[in-house]
Design a protein around this ligand. Structure first.
Ligand code: PMT
Length: 337
């Protein structure tokens, strides 16, 4: 399939995108649940963080058989959500369907399947009893207790997306709902969002047939959603985006460019291979705008590192969330002046 002849060559603006692409079918229902959740958190005086997590897909057909995907298991998002809850935030966890989730992530079917630590014990009466292997009990008790408490207090709300289209519609709708929180809202955009997509107007209705030889697809650029997020949808929220690179040399320059382009508060740079033990916070040195990304003195870089050899159980997300909590505090208090 070739879409070259239909391409306008001009990237979609966010406005054109939402005027031409259809919303996901359950958007209204999702939004009204978020509204209720946010209302309750405002009443109870909590800050709210929106954590986005996991990769987005780009379907190639309307009756989708094939799609492109972005790398992300959802570890960063799911782990961070737990530390935000621990720090007293209410969390909206917006994640790719079937990617890792807070609490259940400890028992992922691929790395730590729960059937492996259950034992079947003969019972006194008919049937059998199930018990947890002693070595797993302490951690399970800890995870389960926190999980139950979080659900009882109603401080975790979960939303799912699959495609980049679902993600964009949801992000716009949820960020508008969060705007009632003003500076008490934090955005933690850890999802791996596709940069390219196939507009539905260009998609084949049915499965692309393989008989015609090689496949040529020209994709359009996904609008950079951080721009309207910062300027229109949520003017006061504290916004943190992530930058993933595989070339370490690009991490800081690309993070600076993102900050100067979108004008938000922090970019967390992470290298694909070092992301579990090293990240860099890049932020403006002061609030002067516009930021020139060619001027290094306009930016401050703060590295966070952990040493897995010293403490294998330590998760870098704990330190990321502590640092962000302090910065968010400062952001809220700066408004009062
Ligand atoms: O889940 P894990 O396996 O633990 O991996 C975590 C991670 C490496 C995926 C995560 O830490 C990370 O780096 N996430 C962002 C990766 C990414 O998509 O980078 P980007 O350069 O495409 O986007 C940068 C930022 O802009 C992101 O915060 C994204 O949410 C946002 N974006 C991207 C595209 C777009 N059209 N609009 C956006 O707002």
């Amino acid at each position: 399939m070739s879409t070259t002849s239909e391409s306008s060559g001009t990237p979609f603006s966010a406005e054109t995108y939402f005027a031409t692409q259809l919303p996901p079918p359950n958007l209204d229902q999702d939004v009204s649940r978020v509204r209720e959740f946010v209302k309750r958190q405002v009443k109870e005086g909590r800050r709210v963080v929106l954590v986005t997590s996991g990769g987005t897909t780009v379907p190639l057909e309307l009756n989708v058989v094939r799609f492109l995907d972005n790398f992300s298991a959802g570890t960063r998002g799911a782990t961070s959500a737990e530390y935000f809850l621990k720090a007293g935030y209410a969390v909206i966890f917006m994640h790719r369907q079937f990617s890792l989730q807070p609490f259940s992530r400890h028992y992922s079917h691929s790395t730590h399947p729960f059937l492996d630590f259950l034992d079947v014990n003969p019972a006194d009466t008919d049937g059998h009893q199930i018990s947890v292997t002693p070595v797993e009990q302490a951690q399970l008790l800890n995870v389960l207790t926190t999980y139950k408490k979080v659900h009882q207090t109603g401080v975790l709300h979960t939303l799912t997306f699959v495609t980049v289209n679902d993600y964009l519609w949801l992000l716009r709708a949820v960020s508008k709902e969060l705007s009632v929180l003003g500076r008490n809202a934090l955005f933690y955009l850890a999802a791996a969002v596709s940069d390219f997509f196939l507009p539905r107007q260009k998609m084949s209705e049915h499965k692309i047939q393989s008989g015609k030889g090689s496949l040529h697809i020209e994709m359009d650029q996904v609008p950079k959603i951080l721009k309207p997020l910062v300027n229109e949808w949520t003017r006061e929220g504290f916004i943190v985006s992530f930058k993933l690179e595989t070339d370490p040399e690009l991490l800081i320059p690309k993070s600076r460019t993102a900050l100067s382009r979108y004008g938000h508060q922090v970019v967390i740079g992470n290298d694909l291979h070092r992301r579990k033990f090293e990240v860099v916070f890049v932020s403006p040195a002061n609030s002067t705008k516009p930021l020139d990304d060619a001027q290094p003195s306009n930016f401050v870089e703060t590295w966070i590192r952990i040493d897995p050899a010293q403490d294998p159980a330590k998760e870098i997300e704990e330190d990321i969330v502590t640092e962000l909590g302090q910065r968010h505090d400062a952001w809220i208090h700066a408004l009062g002046q």
